[in-house]
Structures are given as structure tokens and as C-alpha cells.
Design a binder for this molecule. Structure first.
Ligand code: KG4
Ligand code: ZN
Length: 334
């Protein structure tokens, strides 16, 4: 079964063809990062316009790269939310048009769910149940997955997402956009113990996250000129450690609360070197298996959309051509 995936929820236009849910035939990504970095963040209007310019070109290129023709395609899928409304609409319009013209079934995918499914692209042997730690630019949550599309949210962020904290702090420190990869790179040469930033663990039994206090602490320290005595590498490493520590601690709590011994890491922040390192350490200490996608499948891509859509379709899920995008799509609904 060959599925076309389309992803346009934020600032990456991506188109993929995936066979039997996990075999990637093409996964093309056109990033707008350079355009948005001029403004220090994503400009929604520009994002939609760029998706519109790129989408048909990418679909043609992906078809060519996969060496398939339309009559071999069985399923059309697209991100239906969460994301920027104008950006989502471009992908949805392309997907609905193709589904109508080719008379193919259409599946709308929750972007967060798809981030978790990126793990299946490289670890098709995975067996339920799992704990998933989803850390992206817009969301941070811990989820228990009992079987395909059967979820229980264990914890979520009460304010900023982890990726948002990286991006905002990079902005406060005038490091550029997106902040995560820049801070990750600088931190590799810094000492994480140099500055003691606050970590928010919330109540002793809570699996929720909170990063806005940390962001405010960095902002106030910057205003007071406190970082002048430290290298930018040490500042980056110390900040990164304060994001990573609660993520690791809450994952450990989720494991001891549930007894589940497998953890999937997902979303853009799953690229983070220190997070991977500390979770690996934790996995040895607590004896659990840790899985994460390669960096190119951690950040936004259409292969993960097609993968999740293929599993959804197997469960009988399908959309009408009247499908709407849901910019505020909450939680782990399909
Ligand atoms: O999942 P994603 O591509 O888009 C959303 O769905 O939000 O995640 C983007 C986020 C950005 O906040 C970016 O700064 C962060 O992932 N990110 C990282 C790293 N690479 C990307 N954060 C920390 N370390 C990284 N290496
Ligand atoms: Zn994403």
C-alpha cells in the first residue's frame, strides 16, 4: 500500500511517499528556516505563501524520486492540526484535491501523533506498550501508548513547550532562530554546571512540565548583565541542562509509575544531544529500552504523516473531502 503524506503545519513544506507504512520511497523537505530567521521566528503569512509556492513542485519531485505513477498510489494523507491555520490549509487543499481527482481515500493526521510514529519508520519491530516523550516547538508531553491510537496523557506542559523555551532563550541571548540546534551546538563546548538555573519539577507526583520560570530567569539575568562573566557556551550548556533535567526526571517517574519499560522520544527537541545522552544514562540505570528517530525524522517531515496515516487507515479511519484543519487540535486524538 503506497501512501502520499503532506506536511505543512509550520515552516517546512514536506511531501513523502511511504510503502506499507514504514518503507520510505521519498521524503522531501523544503525548509523556510532561512526566510523566517530574518524575523526571529515564524511569520505565519510568509509560511502559507511559501507552502503554496512549493507544494506542487515537491509533489512532482517526490513522485519522480519514488519512480511510481499516480495509479500505484492507494492513500492520500495530510496533517490536519495542530499548526498555523493558513499553513495547514495549503496542505489540506492539496491533499483534498488529489483525493478527489484520483478518487482515493483521505486520512487527516494529528501532527503530534505523527511525531511519535516517526519512531516506527526506523524501528518497525516496536511492540506496545510504550511511554512517549513528545518534545516539539509547540508541545511537551508524556503519553502512555497501550496500542495503536490508544493513548493516555500522563503529563503536559503548563506553559511553554521545551522547544519554545530553546527558541525564546536563543532570542533573549541574540543567538538566532531556531534556538534549539544553535544552543545544542554551543552547549557541547560549555560547562552545564557553571550557572545554576531554576528547574521546575512541580508537585512530587506530577508528570507535568513548566518552562516559563526558567525563561523568565534567563531574561532577568540577561537584563541584569549577569552573563557577562560567563562564556556563551557555558550559558547555553547551563540553560540546556535546566530544560533536560525535568524532561528526564519526569520520564523516569512515568516509568516507575507505569512499569512500562520502553520509551519513545519524539519531536524536534528529540534531536537534542544532551537529552539523548541523559535519557540513555537513565535507560541503563532503570533498565528500560530507549528509541528515538534519526534527526531528519525528529523535525517536521511528511514520512511520519504517511506512516501514522497508514496505521490509521488500517484501523478503518478515513476523512470526508469536507475535512477541516484544526489549528488547536489538542491531545492525542487521531
Ligand atoms: O517538531 P518540530 O520540528 O516542530 C514542531 O512541531 O514544533 O520542532 C521544532 C522545535 C524548535 O523549537 C527547535 O528549536 C527544536 O525543535 N529543536 C531542538 C533541536 N533541534 C530542533 N531543540 C533542542 N536541541 C536541538 N538539537
Ligand atoms: Zn512538529
Amino acid at each position: 500500500m503506497i501512501c502520499l503524506g503532506i506536511e505543512t503545519s509550520c515552516d517546512e513544506t514536506s511531501v513523502a511517499f511511504v510503502e506499507d507504512a514504514v518503507k520510505i520511497k521519498a521524503n522531501l523537505i523544503s525548509s523556510q528556516v532561512e526566510i523566517h530567521s530574518e524575523y526571529g521566528g515564524v511569520v505565519p503569512e510568509i509560511a502559507s505563501r511559501k507552502h503554496l509556492e512549493n507544494i506542487n513542485i515537491l509533489i512532482d519531485q517526490a513522485l519522480q524520486q519514488s519512480a511510481i505513477s499516480w495509479n500505484q498510489v492507494n492513500l492520500i494523507s495530510v496533517t490536519k492540526g495542530p499548526g498555523l491555520v493558513g499553513a495547514l490549509l495549503v496542505g489540506a487543499a492539496a491533499a483534498k484535491s488529489l483525493a478527489a481527482a484520483l478518487n482515493l481515500p483521505l486520512v487527516g493526521v494529528n501532527h503530534l501523533v505523527a511525531h511519535v510514529y516517526a519512531n516506527f519508520l526506523e524501528h518497525s519491530e516496536l511492540e506496545f506498550p510504550f511511554i512517549a516523550l513528545v518534545v516539539s516547538g509547540g508541545h511537551t508531553c508524556l503519553v502512555k501508548m497501550r496500542e495503536h491510537f490508544s493513548w493516555e496523557t500522563l503529563g503536559t506542559t503548563r506553559d511553554d513547550a521545551a522547544g519554545e523555551a530553546f527558541d525564546k532563550v536563543a532570542r533573549i541571548l541574540s543567538l538566532g532562530y531556531p534556538g534549539g540546534p544553535i544552543i545544542d551546538k554551543l552547549a557541547a563546548k560549555g560547562d552545564p554546571k557553571k550557572i545554576r538555573f531554576p528547574r521546575s519539577y512541580l508537585e512530587s507526583n506530577s508528570l507535568d512540565f513548566s518552562f516559563s520560570g526558567l525563561k523568565t530567569a534567563v531574561m532577568n539575568a540577561q537584563k541584569r548583565g549577569e552573563f557577562k562573566n560567563f562564556s556563551i557556551e557555558d550559558t547555553a550548556a547551563s540553560f540546556q541542562e535546566a530544560v533536560v533535567d525535568p524532561l528526564v526526571e519526569k520520564t523516569k517517574r512515568a516509568i516507575s509509575n507505569t512499569g512500562i519499560k520502553q520509551v519513545l522520544l519524539a519531536g524536534g527537541v528529540a534531536c537534542n544531544t544532551r537529552l539523548r545522552e541523559k535519557l540513555k544514562q537513565a535507560s541503563q540505570e532503570l533498565n528500560f529500552s530507549l528509541y528515538y528517530p534519526s534527526p531528519k525524522f525528529c523535525t517536521d517531515n511528511a514520512a511520519m504523516i504517511a506512516c501514522a496515516a497508514s496505521f490509521l487507515y488500517q484501523k478503518g479511519v478515513q476523512e470526508e473531502l469536507t475535512m477541516d484543519v484544526i489549528p488547536q487540535l489538542e491531545g492525542f486524538l487521531s
